[in-house]
Design a protein around this ligand. Structure first.
Ligand code: G3P
Ligand code: CA
Length: 308
């Protein structure tokens, strides 16, 4: 029996309209569904960028786990948010004589310490005594843990500062990914890799100097970076934009602007604040994903993601 025109039209319309928000085909590449990115691991329940934080993120079903990258004195990529060690380790007591004054305060730059020295530091006690003795992981250790279970979304942090020291973060990142067979899209379907950076210079270095074909997100934190014109200027260089929550709230139309250009929108950072606010962070993520139609969220609380 041949289908009637009316039936064909009905089917075509049905194909465009999701049966429910959960089935929505609206997300943009590199994502396949509304996507959960564990920000610094499950940094709500364990010290950020530690192996237990990454493990909890996997247990919570994260689609991607985020490592921020820094470089040790001997050129090893480690997972740490800050360019200095004092906020999240006991470097102050282990290496009391090794600080510098940076912007008027005492600091211990990662780049002043070898990996062997950084391994001696306690990266857990700052969060609570139950985490005493946790170490700063290398990027390789993070890959070894996450591979096969979730995607990896490394951020090149402060690449210009490292360039001033003769260290090429984009190059080190691509070397590490190549060594693990993760440097091209689709290399390991269980472990997609997406790169992110605030630095357009770093993104250009990845693309032009290192031939990076992986999806890249431009992190944005200034209103001037999310005008229609500014977003259009990123087309061809990146695959998506990653604005802060506030930028999206101030100009929700940026989501449509990006989508019209085929760019995905990934928003940061969703976190439960005071005790008892888990419900709030869950609802907030649901609103951004459902009403504002963003594609992915970075959250400190992957266990609160409004599961598809
Ligand atoms: O990379 C997304 C988000 O993490 C950006 O902010 O400072 O937490 O790295 P930050
Ligand atoms: Ca980050």
């Amino acid at each position: 029996m041949r289908p009637t025109l009316a039936l064909l039209l009905t089917s075509a319309i049905a194909a465009c309209v999701p049966a429910s928000a959960e089935d929505s085909p609206r997300v943009f590449p590199p994502y396949a569904r509304p996507t959960l990115i564990a920000h610094r691991g499950d940094s709500g329940r364990a010290p950020e960028h530690t192996i237990p934080a990454y493990r909890l993120a996997l247990e919570a079903g994260a689609d991607f786990v985020e490592p921020d990258l820094q470089i040790t004195k001997d050129g090893v990529l480690v997972c740490l948010h800050d360019t200095t060690l004092e906020r999240t380790t006991d470097v102050e007591s282990v290496f009391p004589g090794r600080s510098r004054t940076i912007k008027g305060r005492e600091a211990w730059p990662v780049a002043d310490f070898t990996l062997e020295e950084i391994r001696r530091l306690d990266a857990g006690s700052w969060k609570g005594p139950q985490f005493k003795g946790l170490r700063v992981p290398t990027f390789q250790e993070m890959i070894d843990l996450v591979r096969g279970h979730a995607g990896i979304i490394p951020e090149t942090k402060a690449p210009e500062a490292y360039e001033g020291l003769g260290l090429d973060m984009a190059g080190l990142l691509m070397d590490a990914l190549r060594k693990n067979g993760l440097d091209v899209p689709g290399a390991d379907p269980k472990t997609p890799v997406v790169v992110q950076s605030f630095s357009i210079g770093s993104i250009k270095a990845l693309r032009e100097r290192h031939g990076c074909k992986l999806p890249i997100l431009a992190l944005l934190d200034e209103p001037g970076q999310v005008t229609g014109e500014a977003i259009a200027g990123l087309k061809g260089l990146v695959d998506g934009i990653a604005p802060s929550k506030n930028l999206v709230l101030k100009r929700p139309g940026l989501v449509d602007d990006a989508h019209r250009l085929g760019l995905s929108v990934t928003v940061w950072t969703f976190r439960a604040g005071a005790a008892g606010s888990s419900q709030q962070v869950r609802e907030e993520m649901a609103r951004f994903l459902g009403d504002l139609k963003v594609d992915a969220v970075f959250t400190d609380n992957p266990d609160q993601f409004p599961r598809r």
